[in-house]
Design a protein around this ligand. Structure first.
Ligand code: HEC
Ligand code: HEC
Ligand code: HEC
Ligand code: HEC
Length: 126
């Protein structure tokens, strides 16, 4: 193999490491989706990993779902894709995006009778 190819492979490997390492570095502690042009409320508290440990949600696709023909895809997940990628409609003033966040977060808290359901329980000024 020519030396040029080795350099190319080296660059690719370091890019992969940078990506993986970069992701594990930024831990989510709250949500303030930048898709919303303005924010009326303070960020929603959501310590991603800690929340999912405490709430015992092992399946990533519980939140990062994939739908096929109107049905939730089994064993598939859309982790890494922002919710807004599929749930933001320019024409509805982000109403869908607000609704799906509330439906998923608050919906499960209501169902499980655990976790905050009042506005200030999630949107905390800190
Ligand atoms: C309780 C719901 C929930 C569960 C369970 C969950 N996530 Fe997430 N995750 C979110 C939300 C909400 C975001 C932010 C999405 C956005 O910004 O649009 C997010 C963001 C992410 C991101 C993007 C990180 C970043 O820095 O932008 C990754 C990667 C991710 N999750 C991976 C996972 C993996 C892997 C699992 C399973 C081990 C998992 N998630 C389980 C709700 C969840
Ligand atoms: C790859 C595209 C995709 C991603 C990413 C995605 N969704 Fe969805 N979601 C769908 C589809 C498709 C449906 C089913 C059709 C519909 O109701 O819009 C759906 C349905 C939903 C529903 C049920 C809607 C209802 O009316 O009952 C909620 C709640 C929801 N998504 C929340 C989220 C949240 C929160 C995130 C981010 C953590 C997310 N979705 C990420 C595609 C996606
Ligand atoms: C599938 C169920 C489920 C979903 C989806 C979910 N939660 Fe929770 N959440 C829980 C449970 C269960 C608890 C209580 C955990 C405990 O303390 O025992 C909780 C607790 C919390 C708490 C209290 C502090 C903490 O971290 O334990 C906050 C804040 C919270 N959730 C925010 C959110 C937000 C924001 C979302 C949406 C992005 C979300 N949750 C989605 C189940 C869920
Ligand atoms: C279970 C957690 C939870 C509860 C309870 C909740 N929200 Fe949210 N809300 C979220 C998440 C997550 C987002 C999306 C992340 C963000 O804030 O950008 C959001 C987004 C919003 C937004 C759009 C962004 C902004 O700041 O303008 C508004 C408005 C909002 N919520 C209002 C409310 C109101 C009013 C209540 C009470 C009736 C409420 N929320 C209760 C989790 C919650």
């Amino acid at each position: 193999m020519k030396i040029k190819n080795w350099i190319g492979i080296g660059i690719i490997i370091s890019l992969i490491f940078a990506t993986v390492y970069g992701f594990s570095q930024e831990e989510i502690t709250q949500l303030h989706d930048s898709t919303f042009k303005t924010h009326i409320r303070p960020p929603a508290q959501f310590a991603h990993d800690q929340h999912n440990d405490t709430a015992q949600i092992a399946d990533c696709s519980t939140c990062h779902h994939v739908y096929e023909h109107g049905k939730k895809g089994e064993g598939e997940s859309s982790e890494g894709q922002p919710c807004s990628q599929c749930h933001f409609n320019q024409d509805d003033n982000a109403l869908e995006l607000i609704n799906i966040y509330h439906k998923q977060c608050r919906g499960c808290h209501l169902e499980k009778k655990a976790g905050p359901v009042l506005c200030g329980g999630c949107h905390q000024r800190k």
